[in-house]
Design a protein around this ligand. Structure first.
Ligand SMILES: Cc1cc2nc3c(=O)[nH]c(=O)nc-3n(C[C@H](O)[C@H](O)[C@H](O)COP(=O)(O)OP(=O)(O)OC[C@H]3O[C@@H](n4cnc5c(N)ncnc54)[C@H](O)[C@@H]3O)c2cc1C
Length: 699
């Protein structure tokens, strides 16, 4: 055999082997790419995602390239393997195969592997907003249970249409308010004094929307088709509105509170205020502020209010106000209700404490006598123009009996606290709604996170808290409806007196916990401002603080107990007894035992330890709130229209949650060791604290 033939044979063999290797590489890579992309398509289809059009196309193109690739590699392989005898497949032909294969593989590799690898073709789908009413099965079922069926049918469509708006156009307005916060304009370019708050167009549009949608009017029109439940329906609509409202829910709360105060004071037909506050006409609709907090304090208004009211000698009820209001969230409101101390015209003296405080109505548009000192820099609620105001001789009308200011403004606080709870519960609902949708879109460890039981359990815990808070909110709306239509029994009125502070304090705290957990359920994206998620947490933090902090409201619960001589607790007891006596389904029998136990522990603690109640006021209030929520969840779960999740909520709330703190169960407040528990608290808190170590004030 000549050397030439040998070389040719060796070359052929080498080429043949090379062709085979390349053919196999092609076949495998083409096959694996096709399988990978087909899997991606099927995954996208399985999560019912219609928003992946581009990714679908990319996958399909990749599959087509892979199939062509397989088609090229198969003849290459067949040719290479058939050509076992050198010479049949000429080196030239083999070389051509190799060249085409090399070129093609380079092309394939750059299209399918290298190019997309720069940024990655994957785009995570964002969580979607749902129709807030249609997606809130609990709200629907509760309204169905509580409202007469004609009343429910009459409002269902309205709520459903509104539920769609709050997820679309209203949400966009609210978001715009967050991105375009208000600012204070003190002068124009030519140094003309301006002294005004500038808000964005969306904020103004939200005011018009609130009027058109009757967010205040609904409660006061008392439409007969609501069959006595106008307040509950109005609050349901506000609950839908709050998380999309860009905090416009705050001026609405105060507007509602002012309307209620005027109504209770018999001033519905006095001037234009009540009519405008409750108007559906956007051109006429007014909002109200609530100017209570001064520099010395918001909790202790009796000790903190320094604003003076000097009577106009020509008019019995007209005064000039002089003072500094440290927090005013509706600086752009049309009117405000405020507290001040009347100066005795004869002696020039004032009365200190609560007895010296009277309630005034002011028209805000008095630029010469109202100076906007600054807008506050806040953690959240940035949409809201919260400012400090100097009242320098503002004209005001006295609307309470002299010295009855605190009692009169309590009507306002009851309503603003109900709105506060609406904001708290609806913030929980919003984050859960987004989190459950995201769980259907986010894949981790090869499957949707909704298929990781631990993740769903975390969401279920959030849902349980939300349901408990919601049950208290709906009960307050129901009782207030009865009170306002004049059908509430005295027991129901007592329960409402107890429930309003409980509701506010409990849902404010729950809301922070649930919303914070909710942020975590989006992983890192939950922390990113431009997802629109962190604002929910920042805004939630205000709910335990304004309208009375948790401690102040716990003390208010005790005040209700003392002032009613225990009647509020009797009403609480009776409400729970009513649930226990109703037809509870046998599967929930264990819940009754647990509810009864918690109720009797609470009542017995209050009876046996009246002197310790103040110290454990917070635990006591939480215990009342949790126990009442348990009863309400149980009542709802026993309703004929209840579903499995309703029973699960009652069972878990009563069976798996600690309804009462240890301090109530085991009497931890009594002395142990030589120090009292209060002294031990002191020791814990002030361990190492020495004024000598203090260096400088924090700003
Ligand atoms: C964003 C924002 C907007 C606001 N808008 C308005 C508004 O429009 N109108 C208005 O009037 N107010 C407004 N406020 C003020 C708000 O209502 C008060 O800040 C709140 O009531 C608390 O009062 P304070 O700040 O004086 O706190 P403080 O009274 O100084 O309380 C400090 C702490 O001491 C605790 N504490 C006080 N007394 C007791 C006690 N007896 N026992 C146990 N603990 C106690 C409190 O719980 C709190 O934790 C706003 C506040 C914020 C944050």
């Amino acid at each position: 055999m000549c050397i030439r033939m040998k070389l040719c044979c060796c070359g052929c063999c080498t080429l043949q082997t090379g062709t085979k290797i390349i053919g196999w590489i092609h076949l495998l890579s083409g096959f694996s790419t096709a399988v990978l992309n087909a899997t991606t398509i099927s995954l996208m289809t399985s999560v019912h995602e219609s928003n992946h059009v581009e990714e679908y196309y990319t996958c399909i193109v990749k599959i087509i390239i892979s199939v062509i690739w397989i088609a090229v590699s198969i003849p290459l392989l067949i040719a290479a393997s058939k050509n076992s005898r050198p010479g049949l497949l000429s080196p030239w032909l083999n070389f051509q195969f190799l060249a085409i294969a090399g070129l093609g593989y380079g092309l394939y590799f750059s299209i399918v592997v290298i190019l997309p690898a720069k940024e990655g073709s994957f785009i995570q789908d964002a969580p979607h907003m749902e129709n807030s009413f249609e997606g809130d099965a609990l709200l629907q079922r509760n309204l169905q249970r509580i409202l007469p069926s004609e009343a429910f049918s009459a409002v269902k469509n309205e709520l459903s249409m509104f539920g769609a708006r709050v997820a679309t156009d209203i949400y966009k307005l609210g978001r715009e308010c967050e991105l375009t916060p208000p600012y204070l304009k003190l002068q124009d370019a030519w140094a003309n004094p301006q002294n005004k708050v500038v808000t964005c167009e969306s904020w103004k549009e939200l005011k018009r929307t609130s009027a058109r949608e009757g967010l205040i009017a609904l409660a006061y029109e008392r439409d007969p088709k609501h069959q006595g439940f106008s307040r509950l329906i109005q609050m349901s609509k506000n609950y839908l509105f709050a998380p999309s409202s860009g905090l416009y829910s705050c001026p609405l709360a105060m507007t509602d509170g002012a309307a209620k105060t005027l109504e209770v004071a018999g001033l519905k037909n006095h001037g234009e205020s009540f009519k405008n506050l409750t108007s559906r006409d956007p051109e006429r609709f007014w909002t109200s502020g609530q100017w209570m907090t001064e520099k010395r304090g918001g909790s202790d208004v009796a000790g903190g209010t320094e604003t003076l009211a000097v009577q106009d000698p020509n008019s019995k009820n007209m005064y000039k106000l002089y003072g500094y209001k440290f927090f005013s969230s509706a600086t752009d409101a049309d009117i405000a209700l405020t507290l001040a101390r009347v100066v005795d015209p004869a002696t020039g003296k004032i009365t200190s404490g609560t007895k010296g405080l009277s309630l005034f109505l002011v028209y805000v548009d008095q630029p010469s006598n109202l100076h906007l000192m600054r807008l506050k820099q806040k953690l959240g609620t940035k949409q809201l123009p919260t400012g400090e105001l100097l009242l320098d001789g503002m004209t005001a009308e006295l609307i309470s009996s002299p010295g009855r200011g605190v009692a009169s403004i309590s009507s306002m606080l009851n309503i603003t606290r109900l709105h506060n709870a609406s904001a708290s519960v609806s913030a929980m609902r919003r984050i859960i709604s987004l989190a459950r949708d995201y769980s259907q879109r986010r894949v981790a460890f090869g499957k949707l996170i909704r298929n990781h039981p631990l993740h769903v359990r975390t969401l279920a815990d959030m849902e349980l808290e939300c349901r408990a808070g919601f049950s208290l909110f709906v009960e307050a709306g129901r009782l207030l409806s009865l009170e306002e239509n004049g059908t509430a029994t005295s027991e129901q009125q007592q329960l409402l007196r107890l429930l309003l502070p409980l509701l506010k304090l409990y849902t404010g705290k729950q809301c922070m916990k649930v919303v914070s957990e909710g942020l975590e359920s989006f992983g890192g994206q939950g922390y990113m401002e431009d997802t629109g998620i962190p604002v929910i947490l920042r805004d939630a933090q205000v709910t335990p603080i304004w309208e009375g902090t948790t401690n102040i409201l716990s003390l208010d619960v005790l005040r209700a107990l003392a002032k009613s001589e225990g009647q509020v607790l009797v009403a609480f007891n009776q409400r729970i007894q009513g649930v226990l006596d109703s037809s509870i389904s046998p599967s929930l029998a264990e819940c009754c035992t647990l509810l009864e136990k918690s109720r009797s522990q609470l009542i017995s603690f209050a009876q046996k330890n009246p002197n310790q109640l103040e110290y454990v006021a917070r635990d006591f209030a939480f215990g009342l709130a949790r126990t009442l929520a348990g009863a309400l969840l149980l009542e709802h779960a026993s309703w004929s229209g209840a579903v499995d999740s309703d029973s699960a909520a009652a069972q878990r709330w009563l069976g798996q949650r600690d309804l009462l703190a240890q301090s109530l169960v085991s009497g931890q407040t009594t002395n142990h060791s030589t120090l009292s528990v209060q002294q031990l608290d002191d020791a814990l808190v002030f361990d190492g604290y020495d004024p000598k170590n203090l260096l400088s004030p924090l700003f």
